[in-house]
Design a protein around this ligand. Sequence first.
Ligand SMILES: C[S@@+](CC[C@H](N)C(=O)[O-])C[C@H]1O[C@@H](n2cnc3c(N)ncnc32)[C@H](O)[C@@H]1O
Length: 314
Amino acid sequence: MITSARSSPSSAPLSWITPAQGKTIEAAGTTAHRLASGPGGWVERLADDVIISYKHDAARDEMAAGLNTWCQKAAWQPVRVFHRHMPVKNADRICPVLYSGDATLPLTTVVTEAGIRYGLDIGASYSHGLFLDQRVNRATLHELKPKRVLNTFAYTCSFSVVAALAGAETVSVDLSRKSLDRGKHNFTLNGLDPAGHRFLAEDTNELLPTLAARGERFDAIILDPPTFSRSKTGRRWQVEDHFENLLNAALEVAAPKCAILLSTNCTTLDQTALERRARWCAKVKRRSAEYIRHATPPDFPAGHGASTLWMMVR
Ligand SMILES: C[S@@+](CC[C@H](N)C(=O)[O-])C[C@H]1O[C@@H](n2cnc3c(N)ncnc32)[C@H](O)[C@@H]1O
């Protein structure tokens, strides 16, 4: 299976949040956020640690120097700093390398977002376990207080955790059983019993028609697929070509009122393109909907993070 990570296509110069913005984010119960974003990579704070993700050495050096200045201004020091090279091909990714700090500390850690706990693995080569650009969307799902949530391409189930904390019954779907196990761990970290929820190691595209045939309906659906994927049987899936099929299948399991999060990291699908395609699907399926675009948080300047849109079916 090939997956995409959250790249940063913007060519705007490296931009840092201010120490005051960092304090505001932390005061909201969040210890996992970006410190900087630029064309050559980004800097993330993960509780006591920092990861510099870089595309080339010059970007790494610029971000490392900027981190020193930022930490002095903020009067804050990370316990460890990791460097993570982001090669052009995702398949060539390697694990982050410890640059400073105690090498005997575990590579697993726990961060919080709005007070909700998530277990991360800093040593993982694909992603540490939490896509920080989805913070506003997780908060939105929590506020919506849905009763039945379908979280497709669930990864470590962060959306399921926030929905369950708001009282929902959740179904998390991912091809990777290992990711779903990490999702169950995130449930327990927050005092939730995973046994009260469903975790399905299946192909979303194959499962949606089965759920529809069984008459299962959801009042919130998360659709955040990778740019490319290959099914267990080797079938190739590409978001640009198959997005409408995915959304049409999701609309078959949408309750009469349903909030659907559309999210992609594919650089050719911005919010406008997502909305155009979603409007087409709504027409095909004879559903009416409103489309809501949220402003990005200060640690994700324009052009960084996934393109996302809420389709509020009614
Ligand atoms: C972009 S991540 C999703 C991130 C997640 N929404 C979050 O915010 O944490 C993509 C996930 O989709 C899973 N995946 C890829 N193809 C899939 C498929 N056909 N069916 C189900 N899961 C799939 C991958 O294993 C990976 O965990």
